[in-house]
Write a protein that binds this ligand. Sequence first.
Ligand code: APR
Length: 230
Amino acid sequence: MRKKIVILTGAGISAESGIKTFRDSGGLWEGHDVMDVASPEGWAKNQELVLNFYNQRRKQALTASPNPGHLALAELEKDYDVIIVTQNVDDLHEKAGSTNVLHLHGELFKVRSTQDESLVYDLDGWELKTGDLCEKGSQLRPHIVWFGEMVPMMETAIEQAMQADIFMVVGTSLVVYPAAGLLDYVNSHIPKIIVDPNMPSIRTSQSIKFFTEKASTGVIKAIEYIRSLK
Ligand code: APR
């Protein structure tokens, strides 16, 4: 039977594709206080600013290509049952060819109704404007999980993590919950691997194989290690 590998990824896996991580840029996100652009309060205060912020993120993501880290994870599907749980809102895992991607914090290229959150639409291109409405006539907003909002995909992610035969973490500082807590649900006996040039904040006492490297090279070494496991 094919082994199930669950992989939690964060901003670090997209860094070498030119998409900036949040915490490496001095706490400001492209020059903005994160609460102004990624919270319900920020949206209530200045909708134009938030729309424009995500329009710029989409423009940037449209020109970005997956790097060897994304590509190696997609390749892994040939031999393993792979589930990627990503905190990233970009689509670089999909562009690389991964078919099983769970976006914990939403997706840049989807938008949803401010009136009925079940009305989610694909956005063509990069621009969402004031006056773009859902079928019920309400303003559309980015389909992003903002600070202070529920993480609806978390339950599915936990179920997957509990069933993992191998668990891997790539490029996340593990400071934002509930995503950071996923490691706590993993069976204590399975191999756990982290790829990150810096040590993320882990609370677990479980033994972890650590590759202190950038994703482009570290993921490839981590996969060699996984393939060497009996
Ligand atoms: N390869 C791998 N990891 C890298 C690389 C790289 N080239 N460059 C940086 N990193 C690592 C950093 O060492 C850090 O541990 O990526 C991590 C990035 O951490 P954060 O910026 O905190 O990103 P992330 O953990 O994904 O943030 C979680 O917080 O900003 C919010 O909602 C947003 O989903 C995001 C969440």
